[in-house]
Design a protein around this ligand. Structure first.
Ligand code: SF4
Length: 498
């Protein structure tokens, strides 16, 4: 046994065909999994998130055993302890692992003498991203996305983009439909004995609703959801991808991100399906391009940016934000803000909110209120089924909170109630009035939006994308009243009384 090589599979590398697992063979390789109690206790995880990762790890381990691998599945105090116990028992001549997706994971494995095999879990490796960055002074997602399209060849007609243009965003930002249309209900599975065993052993501080079988915990079920997403969701995806409805937590979102982020699906599989559906005439170009943009554009841009800017990126706090995450985010209070209540309801029930709810409701509120970036990163990482540091750092520090001073986004994504009203059905029936910025029933977003612009005038006065709004804030006849109301709003937010 001691002549064998071990492949250590981390919890977000659950794929037989990537990195170190690609060349693994049952006759020559052991496979190691370590469930770390320290990791499990490091955050107050959403129950569905913790359940998904652990159950998917165990099912993947069982699949490898069925293939003939000897699997050493350990539950240990820490990852390092699990590795040490494995080495002591099996004495492998070498331990390999696919390059981890997190900075700390990579440091840890290097420290423990694990040989890292280049990851191909993404379509753009961080080294390729660096080649793209080259001498660029600023990184623009749209440039990166077009570079990806050209080199990967998706939705291309020769050198030209299919449909005649690169970007169909203008067709994909429609307001919520006013009809009572229904949206395809996500696939579900019955929970089995493994699900129940994992749930029963979760730490008592896990929060959120019990899993209802929405999230797949195996490769085969993830593939079934991919088929469903392409056949049933993709034709409807696109036009309303930025819309928010209190009556549907998923609308026409594919819900595939957790499988991509755990390795149960590979981005190439999704892109191949998008290409095929478009070429077969089953989906319009705007829908196909909209989803492709998410997969090879935003997702891979965020991944590359994380590695480009780490490790100093973690400490960025350009707007010197000092507030804690509001207690309502932690379920310690309720709220009368209908938009926040509805979004947090989806997070509680499903460990999920779509990108606009994350950016323009939760992120926007934290930006306007001045929440510490590292706190919101931790909260989102622990609360969403697709959370990971590489996802959350650029999305929170860069996109939502402008804490990197504009490396990711050319302007702060700040808005008052007007944008939320335009893109959702939340404001009708809310006790607050989205048009009012002062008074007891003023919309907290609207009050805080104007206060934010005035508060950060020196930072944004020269930013061409927000300078006009900053000037408008200073022309408000009731700016003193807005500032007074903002103090009251923030106090209530902190107390959980908003
Ligand atoms: Fe949210 Fe303001 Fe609209 Fe209420 S009025 S739902 S608080 S944006």
């Amino acid at each position: 046994m001691s002549a064998q090589v071990t492949v250590w599979v981390l919890g977000d590398q659950l794929n037989r065909n990537i990195g170190a697992m690609k060349a693994a063979d049952p006759s020559t390789h052991l496979v190691l999994f370590v469930e770390s109690r320290a990791k499990l206790e490091s955050k107050t995880w959403h129950r569905q998130r913790a359940h998904l990762v652990i159950t998917a790890m165990r099912r993947f381990a069982a699949e490898l055993e069925a293939e003939g691998f000897k699997v050493d599945y350990r539950i240990a105090r820490s990852l390092g302890d699990g590795l040490a116990a494995h080495r002591a028992e099996h004495q492998p001549k070498q331990v390999l692992a696919t390059e981890p997706a997190s900075w700390d994971g990579r440091e840890l494995l290097i420290k423990h003498g694990v040989e890292l095999i280049r990851t191909d879990q993404f379509l753009c490796h961080p080294e390729e991203f660096e080649d793209w960055v080259g001498a660029r002074k600023s990184l623009k997602m749209e440039d990166f996305y077009r570079w990806q399209r050209r080199r990967l060849g998706y939705l291309m007609d020769g050198d030209e983009p299919a449909g005649g243009k690169w970007n169909f965003d203008s067709e994909n930002r429609e307001r919520p439909p006013k009809d009572d249309r229904s949206w395809p209900e996500p696939l579900r599975n019955e929970l089995d004995s493994l699900d129940l065993a994992v749930l029963a052993a979760l730490p008592s501080n896990c929060w959120g609703a019990e899993p209802d079988g929405t999230w797949a915990t195996s490769r085969s079920e993830a593939l079934r959801r991919l088929r469903f997403a392409i056949d049933e969701i993709l034709p409807r995806f696109g036009p309303h991808e930025d819309a928010m409805l209190s009556t549907s937590w998923h609308l026409a979102h594919t819900l595939l991100s957790p499988y991509l982020n755990l390795g149960l699906l590979h981005p190439k599989e999704i892109c191949d399906e998008i290409e095929s559906a478009y070429r077969s005439g089953l989906v319009p170009i705007a829908s196909a391009e909209g989803l492709l943009r998410q997969v090879i554009g935003w997702r891979e841009f965020v991944w590359g940016s994380y590695w480009h800017w780490m490790p100093s990126y973690r400490g960025r706090n350009e707007l010197e934000a000092t507030r804690a995450v509001p207690p309502v985010f932690r379920g310690k209070s309720s709220t009368q803000m209908r938009c926040v209540e509805s979004t947090l309801g989806a997070v509680n029930d499903h460990g999920y909110a779509h990108h606009i709810q994350r950016l323009m409701i939760l992120g926007n509120l934290c930006l306007l209120a001045g929440v510490r970036p590292e706190e919101l990163v931790e909260w989102m990482w622990a609360s969403f089924v697709d959370g990971a540091e590489w996802v959350m750092l650029p999305n929170v520090v860069g996109m939502a909170l402008y804490a990197d001073g504009g490396l990711m986004a050319t302007k702060p994504y700040a808005s008052g109630g007007a944008y939320i009203d335009k893109m959702s059905d939340y404001c009708k029936g809310c006790v607050y009035d989205r048009k009012k910025r002062t008074g007891e029933d003023a919309c907290p977003f609207t009050t805080l939006y104007w206060d934010f612009l005035a508060r950060h005038e020196s930072k944004f006065a020269r930013n061409p994308r927000v300078a006009q709004q900053v000037r408008a804030a200073h022309r408000l006849s009731d700016l003193d009243g807005v500032r007074e109301r903002a103090v009251e709003v923030l106090l209530r937010l902190d107390r959980g009384e908003l």
